[in-house]
Design a protein around this ligand. Sequence first.
Ligand code: MG
Length: 341
Amino acid sequence: MKPETEERIGALHGAGGELAARFLHERILPKFRRRSAGRIGLDALDDGATVDLPPGEVVVSTDSHVVKPIFFPGGDIGKLAVCGTINDLAVMGARPIALTLALVLEEGFPLDDLERILDSAARALEAVGVALVGGDTKVMGKGELDGVVINTTGVGVAERAISDAGLQEGDAIVVTGTVGDHGMALLAAREGFELASGLESDVAPIWPVVEQALAVGGITAMKDPTRGGLAAALNEMAQKARVGIEIREEAIPLRPEVQGLSELLGISPYEVACEGRAVLGVRPDKVDQVLLALRSHPLGQGAQVIGRAVSRYPGRVVLTTSVGGRRFLEMPLGDPVPRIC
Ligand code: MG
């Protein structure tokens, strides 16, 4: 009796038996080129892996990813799951070194889709030289989840980690590129909007860009504007540091498609997620150099100063609009577009 076909995930793929082992050795492991970051790596299939770390502060980060659709313009859930964790490490100021990836799959999930997802996860890891040192696959029954959930956990090392609470009065607020691309690209893909044809998610591993800025110095705080977008990131930074943030709306880089969609749908582009951007607080004497450094990398070419940290309105974000009005940019209640990261 052959309980599984080769085309779809069955319960046995996650059951730890012969089929699961063959599946792992033939279909999963070969996709990842860098499988070790220490004496005991992924190929050992041990209960854990060892990771050799350079001196510095060890930073650990984890995230589970659900996204609909799982393949979207500019990426898929595999790339997103890798970038999500790499970017959290990066904005802590940490060089990402090793990652684990855990899959929870719905019975019946197409194997071809799984391969595409893992290929794209592997490419994202290779782009930043990060090793996959551990993984897990669990299969749940049909209807018990919607396709696939991916958890990634990453380890990195920072000379000295940078928190998102370190803003100081006078700091320039810098964003590394256009905002809202990821959330709006997903929304457009879901709704089939012609207007946004060509709009892609910005999902990318941002460590190489952040590394350029760190080399200059003068960075007081950093955050990736994922759920809740730029508005959530800025409000959190202002609240934690007890400073105000003044933003000039006309300085915020925005794609015309994102602007158009946001007007059409009544969704603020500042409240939807980016997956390949960072928001930085930079000491004023370093900001010119940091901008040059960020722009030297393709993923940081759109870097702009969008405002500064001030003593007025501690914990709040004030937006000066393009027509000269002023209003608070509030902390979003939630992401207006669910299931996007
Ligand atoms: Mg984050």
